[in-house]
Design a protein around this ligand. Structure first.
Ligand code: ADP
Ligand code: NI
Length: 194
C-alpha cells in the first residue's frame, strides 16, 4: 500500500466532509489530531500509519456531528476497503475510533484507541484548546464568562483542567502537562483582568 497516497486521499475526504464546521471539529482539528497521533505512536512503539489514519477519521460518524451516524460509519468502512485496507486493518481502525467517540470517559480497548484518544484530548487543551472552547461557546450562544457559572470559562474547570490526569500514554501525559500549565496561566490572567 502506498501510504502517502492513501493519506493524501484521506486528507481530501476529510477536508470535504468537515468543510465549514464552526464547532471546533473542522478539518484542521483532524489534521492536528492526526499529527499528534503519529507522534505519540512513534514514541509509544505503535503503528504510526494506522494511528494516523484512525486519527484523521476519528470524528467521522460522531453522533453529535452527523444526522445518521450509522450510515456515515458504514460508508467510511466501505471506503477503507476501496483504499486497500484489509478487513483486519479496517476493524482495528473502526474499534479505535468507536472507543474515542463513544466512551470518552472510559478506557479505550486498544493501544491505537488509547493513542487517538490522547491526541484528541491534547487538542482540547493548551492554546488550541482555549481557542476551541471559545469557538464552541460562540457557535452555541454561550457567554465567555458570567457570574452564574454558565460561561465557556466554566468548561475549563468542569472538563479541560481534568484532562491531563486522564491521559493514557506517557508521551501524551508529558505534552498534556505543558498545555495544562499554559491554561492555568491563561486563567490566572483572565481573572486578574476582571
Ligand atoms: P470531541 O473533540 O471529543 O468531539 P467535544 O465535542 O466534547 O469534543 O468538544 C469539542 C470542542 O469544544 C473541545 O475543544 C471542547 O473543549 C469544546 N467544548 C465542548 N463543550 C464545551 C462547552 N460547554 N463550553 C466550551 N467549550 C466546549
Ligand atoms: Ni475530535
Amino acid at each position: 500500500m502506498d501510504q502517502m497516497a492513501v493519506l493524501q486521499q484521506i486528507t481530501q475526504y476529510i477536508n470535504q466532509l468537515f468543510h465549514g464546521d464552526a464547532s471546533g471539529h473542522d478539518a484542521v482539528h483532524m489534521k492536528r489530531v492526526a499529527k499528534w497521533a503519529r507522534r505519540l505512536a512513534l514514541d509509544e512503539g505503535e503503528d504510526p500509519f494506522l494511528c494516523e489514519v484512525a486519527a484523521w477519521l476519528h470524528d467521522v460518524g460522531d453522533y453529535k456531528l452527523f444526522r445518521d451516524p450509522a450510515k456515515v460509519i458504514e460508508e467510511r468502512n466501505q471506503w477503507l476497503f476501496k483504499l486497500g485496507f484489509s478487513t483486519k486493518e479496517k476493524d482495528i481502525i473502526h474499534d479505535a475510533i468507536a472507543t474515542v467517540s463513544f466512551s470518552k470517559g472510559s478506557l479505550p480497548s486498544s493501544r491505537i484507541g488509547a493513542i487517538v484518544q490522547d491526541a484528541d484530548r491534547l487538542d482540547a487543551i493548551g492554546a488550541v484548546g482555549i481557542a476551541r472552547a471559545f469557538a464552541f461557546g460562540g457557535a452555541n450562544n454561550q457567554p465567555i464568562y458570567n457570574e452564574d457559572g454558565l460561561g465557556s470559562i466554566d468548561h475549563f474547570h468542569e472538563k479541560l483542567l481534568r484532562l491531563k490526569k486522564q491521559m493514557n500514554t506517557e508521551s501524551g501525559r508529558i505534552e498534556a502537562e505543558k498545555r495544562h500549565q499554559f491554561m492555568l496561566h491563561f486563567l490566572e490572567e483572565f481573572h486578574r483582568e476582571q
